[in-house]
Design a protein around this ligand. Structure first.
Ligand SMILES: NC(=O)c1ccc[n+]([C@@H]2O[C@H](COP(=O)([O-])OP(=O)(O)OC[C@H]3O[C@@H](n4cnc5c(N)ncnc54)[C@H](OP(=O)(O)O)[C@@H]3O)[C@@H](O)[C@H]2O)c1
Length: 286
C-alpha cells in the first residue's frame, strides 16, 4: 500500500516519522507548499518528495491530508479528480466527513468512484509515538478502510473508533488536551521550583509523576483510588488537594469545553462558507 501525505507540518511530519519508524510501508509520497519542510526527508529512501499535491494524489492509494482546516478545501479542489475510489484521511479539526465529501464533489459520491473518507483527530504525542487518535468514517468508507486507517495511525500511538458526533469533544480532550496536560505538568514543576528545586529536575520529576498517574489509570486504578492511596488523614496530599479543588478541576474542564466549542465554530464557519458558495453557484445557474 502506498501512502501519501499532503502537509508536512507539525502533525504531518509526526505521522511521517511514525510511518518510517514502523517500517511497514514501502513508499510514502509527500508534498507541502513549504519546500524546506520536505527537504528534511531527502535522505529517506522510502520517502518520495513530490513537486505537487497532485503527484501525491496520483501515486498514493491512501492520501492523508494534514493541512490547516482553512486549507483543506483548496487541497481537495486540487486533487479530487485524481483520488476517485481511493481512501482519504483528514486530520483537520472541525471539518466533518460530510463537509469533506461535499468538497470532493462528484468524487465525494455524487458520481463516479467515491472517495472513501476517514476523519481522524490525532494529537501531537505522535512525535514520540504516544498519540491518541479518534477515528470515524464517511458514508462510502468500509470496515476495511477503517481498519487500514487504524493500522496507519497505530504507527503513531493508540487509535479509538468513535461516533463522529463526539469528534469536537475529543478535539478538546486529546487534540488540544495534550497541551493542557503539558500546562498542568509545568505548573506542578513550578510548585517544586517555588520550593527550591532546580527547574530541569523539577520538570523531569513532574513529567514522571504525570506518567505514573497516567499509567496507573490505564492499568485500572481510578483517580479517586490514587487520591485515596496518597492522601492520608491530616497529611500533605489532602492539603494540596484542597488548593486544587479551588480552581484546577474547573479550569481544566473549561479548557476542554472551550476547545470543543472552537472546533464546532470552525465547523460552522466552514459549513456557512460552503453553503454560500453552493448558493452562489445555484444563483449563477438561474
Ligand atoms: N498540531 C496538532 O497538534 C494537531 C492535532 C490534531 C489535529 N491537527 C490538525 O492537523 C492539521 C495540520 O496541523 P499542523 O499543526 O500540522 O499545521 P502546520 O504545522 O501548519 O502544517 C500544515 C502544513 O501544510 C502546508 N500547506 C498549507 N497549504 C497547503 C497546500 N495547499 N498544499 C500543501 N501544503 C500546504 C503548510 O504550509 P504554510 O505554513 O505555508 O501554510 C504547512 O507546512 C490541522 O488541520 C489541524 O487541525 C493538528
Amino acid at each position: 500500500m502506498r501512502i501519501g501525505i499532503v502537509g508536512i507540518g507539525n502533525i504531518g511530519a509526526a505521522i511521517l516519522q511514525g510511518l518510517l519508524a514502523a517500517e511497514k510501508w514501502d513508499k510514502i509520497y509527500i508534498s507541502d507548499v513549504r519546500k524546506e519542510r520536505l527537504s528534511k526527508f531527502e535522505s529517506e529512501h522510502r520517502v518520495k518528495i513530490c513537486d505537487s499535491n497532485a503527484d501525491v494524489a496520483e501515486n498514493a492509494d491512501v492520501v492523508i491530508i494534514a493541512v490547516k482546516p482553512s486549507d483543506v478545501k483548496n487541497v481537495l479542489t486540487e486533487i479530487k479528480h485524481l483520488i476517485g475510489g481511493k481512501v482519504l484521511i483528514s486530520v483537520a479539526a472541525g471539518i466533518s466527513t460530510k463537509m469533506l465529501e461535499m468538497y470532493l464533489g462528484d468524487a465525494g459520491g455524487a458520481g463516479g468512484a467515491a472517495v472513501r473518507v476517514i476523519r481522524v483527530m490525532p494529537n501531537i504525542g505522535a512525535v514520540v509515538g504516544a498519540a491518541v487518535s479518534a477515528i470515524c468514517r464517511g458514508s462510502h468508507a468500509s470496515d476495511e478502510d477503517e481498519a487500514v486507517a487504524k493500522e496507519i495511525l497505530s504507527a503513531i500511538g493508540d487509535v479509538y473508533s468513535v461516533d463522529e458526533k463526539h469528534m469536537d469533544a475529543i478535539t478538546g480532550l486529546s487534540g488540544s488536551g495534550i497541551a493542557f496536560m503539558a500546562t498542568v505538568i509545568d505548573a506542578l514543576a513550578d510548585g517544586g521550583v517555588y520550593e527550591g528545586v532546580q527547574r530541569d529536575l523539577a520538570l523531569k520529576i513532574a513529567a514522571k509523576t504525570a506518567e505514573g498517574a497516567a499509567k496507573m489509570i490505564s492499568a485500572g486504578f481510578s483517580p479517586e483510588k490514587i487520591r485515596e492511596l496518597t492522601a492520608s488523614p491530616g497529611g500533605t496530599t489532602i492539603r494540596g488537594i484542597l488548593q486544587m479543588e479551588k480552581g484546577v478541576r474547573a479550569a481544566v474542564m473549561n479548557a476542554v469545553i472551550a476547545a470543543a466549542k472552537r472546533s464546532r465554530e470552525i465547523a460552522a464557519v466552514t459549513a456557512v462558507a460552503a453553503e454560500k458558495e453552493a448558493g452562489g453557484y445555484i444563483n449563477e445557474q438561474k
